[in-house]
Design a protein around this ligand. Structure first.
Ligand code: CUA
Length: 420
C-alpha cells in the first residue's frame, strides 16, 4: 500500500518539478489547463476509490489473517451467496465514477479539438511540419517575396513565434516518419502523421517562452528534436513579422519600433533561464573541444566571405536565405537564423560557439545526422544535414568529402549570425 501511495502522490511530493520547463502542471494556456483538469478529476476519483479499496483490503487482511481455531475440523465460517445491496451498490458506484470522469473528459476533448466558435474568426493560422529531426513553421497568411519572384508564406524553423492572448490553429504535417507536436505548458501532444492531416490549437495567456518537444519516437535523434515557442505581445509580434518577412539583404527595424531583432531582446521575460541548458553543455561524446570564436559578426569582410562560402559550397542547395540566392527547401530556412534563440532544433543556445560546433560536428550534436563519407538518406528520401567535420577528433585525419578550414567555418558562422 505504501509504495502505491507514494507513486500516486509523486507529482505532489516532487513539488519542485511542477513548474519545470516541460511541466504539464504549470499550464500557461486554456488548452493545457482543460487537459490538466481532466487529470485532476481522474486523480481524485481514482484516488478516493483506491483509498476505499485499500482500506477494505487492509481490514480484511488483518481481521482474517488467522483461523479462529487450530482445529482443522472446526465449523467453516458462515457461507453466503452474496449481498444484492452490495453488488448493486458496486455497479452503480462504478458507473457513477465513470460518468464523473467521462463528462469533463468529453468536454475537454471537444474543447481542445477546435478553436472555440467565438475565437475562430480571429484564430491565427500556422502549419507545423515535422522532419528528421526538426520542425518547419509556415505562416500561412504572411506572404513574403521569394527568390525566384512571386510570393509565398513566411517560413521559419524550430522556433514558433505566436501572438500571445490569441488562439493559434496549427495544421500538423510530416515529410517523413511519424512525429508528435508537444508544448507541455500550452497543449497536449498531437501526432504528425504521413499522408494524414492532423491539427491542434493552443493559446498562450501571456507573453512567454515555452519548450516544445517531439513526443513520438522517430529515429536516432528523436530525443533532441526540440523547439521553442515564443509568445509575444501584439506589437512585438507584428514587429517580429515585419522583420522576418524582409529578405536578408534588407534587414531593418521599422521606424520608432523596438523590434526583437536579436535573441537578447525578445521582451521582458528572461529567455535563457539558469539551469535550462546545463545538460547540453556537457559533451556526451567527449570529443568536442571548445573553439575560440572571434567576435566577427560585425566584420563585413568576414560576413561576405561566409556568404560566398554558403553560396558556392553545398549550403545553399538545401537551405534558403531569402534575398541571398539560397533556395534549398530540404533543410531549415535560415533567412533570420541570427535572430533565433537556439540552433540545431532547439538543442543549443544560439551563440557563435554553438553555431560553429553545429556546423563542424553535426553528428556529435545530433546523432544520426551524418554518416562518415556518405550522405545519409532517411526512409522518407530526404537528405539530412551532412557532416562538415574537418578532422577525426581522435586520429586527426580528414573524414568527410567536404572539408572546411577553421577560417571558412568562422566566416560561415559570422555570416549566419549576421542574419538577424
Ligand atoms: Cu520527431 Cu520524435
Amino acid at each position: 500500500v505504501l509504495p502505491a501511495l507514494l507513486v500516486a502522490l509523486l507529482p505532489f511530493i516532487c513539488g519542485g518539478w511542477l513548474d519545470g520547463p516541460q511541466s504539464t502542471f504549470d499550464t500557461k494556456g486554456p488548452v493545457a489547463e482543460s487537459q490538466l483538469q481532466v487529470f485532476y478529476v481522474t486523480l481524485w476519483v481514482t484516488g478516493i476509490l483506491f483509498v476505499i479499496v485499500a482500506a477494505v483490503l487492509a481490514y480484511a487482511t488483518l481481521k482474517f489473517k488467522a483461523r479462529s481455531s487450530d482445529d482443522e475440523h472446526a465449523e467453516p465460517p458462515p457461507q453466503g451467496h452474496g449481498n444484492p445491496f452490495v453488488e448493486i451498490g458496486l455497479i452503480v458506484g462504478s458507473i457513477l465514477a465513470l460518468v464523473v470522469i467521462a463528462v469533463p473528459t468529453l468536454k475537454a476533448i471537444w474543447f481542445t479539438y477546435e478553436v472555440p466558435e467565438e475565437e475562430r474568426a480571429d484564430a491565427y493560422q500556422i502549419t507545423a511540419t515535422g522532419y528528421q529531426w526538426w520542425f518547419k513553421f509556415t505562416y500561412e497568411d504572411e506572404m513574403t517575396p521569394q527568390p525566384f519572384g512571386g510570393e509565398a508564406p513566411l517560413v521559419t524553423a524550430n522556433e514558433l513565434v505566436i501572438p500571445a492572448g490569441r488562439a493559434v490553429h496549427i495544421e500538423l504535417r510530416t515529410v517523413d516518419v511519424i512525429h508528435s507536436f508537444w508544448v507541455p505548458k500550452l497543449a497536449g501532444k498531437v501526432d504528425m502523421m504521413p499522408n494524414r492531416g492532423n491539427h491542434l490549437w493552443l493559446k498562450a495567456d501571456e507573453p512567454g517562452y515555452f519548450w516544445g518537444q517531439c513526443a513520438e519516437y522517430c529515429g536516432e535523434s528523436h530525443a533532441v528534436m526540440r523547439f521553442r515557442v515564443i509568445a509575444l505581445a501584439e506589437d512585438d509580434f507584428n514587429n517580429w513579422l515585419t522583420n522576418q518577412k524582409l529578405p536578408a539583404r534588407e534587414v531593418a527595424v521599422p521606424e520608432g519600433a523596438t523590434a526583437p531583432t536579436t535573441f537578447a531582446s525578445y521582451g521582458e521575460f528572461e529567455v535563457n533561464q539558469p539551469g535550462w541548458t546545463e545538460e547540453f553543455d556537457a559533451d556526451p561524446f567527449g570529443r568536442w573541444q571548445a573553439q575560440q570564436i572571434p567576435a566577427a559578426d560585425e566584420d563585413p569582410a568576414l560576413i561576405a566571405a561566409g556568404r560566398q562560402y554558403f553560396m558556392e559550397n553545398r549550403c545553399a542547395g538545401c537551405h534558403t536565405v531569402r534575398g541571398h540566392d539560397g533556395m534549398g527547401v530540404i533543410g531549415p530556412d535560415l533567412t533570420r537564423i541570427g535572430s533565433r534563440t537556439t540552433v540545431a532544433a532547439g538543442l543549443l543556445e544560439n551563440s557563435p560557439e554553438n553555431l560553429y560546433r553545429w556546423i563542424t560536428e553535426p553528428n556529435h550534436v545530433k546523432p544520426g545526422n551524418f554518416m562518415y563519407n556518405t550522405r545519409k538518406v532517411t526512409p522518407g528520401g530526404m537528405v539530412v544535414m551532412p557532416g562538415y567535420v574537418m578532422n577525426d577528433p581522435e586520429t586527426g585525419d580528414p573524414i568527410t568529402d567536404i572539408e572546411i578550414t577553421p577560417e571558412e567555418a568562422h566566416a560561415l558562422v559570422a555570416y549566419l549570425h549576421s542574419l538577424k
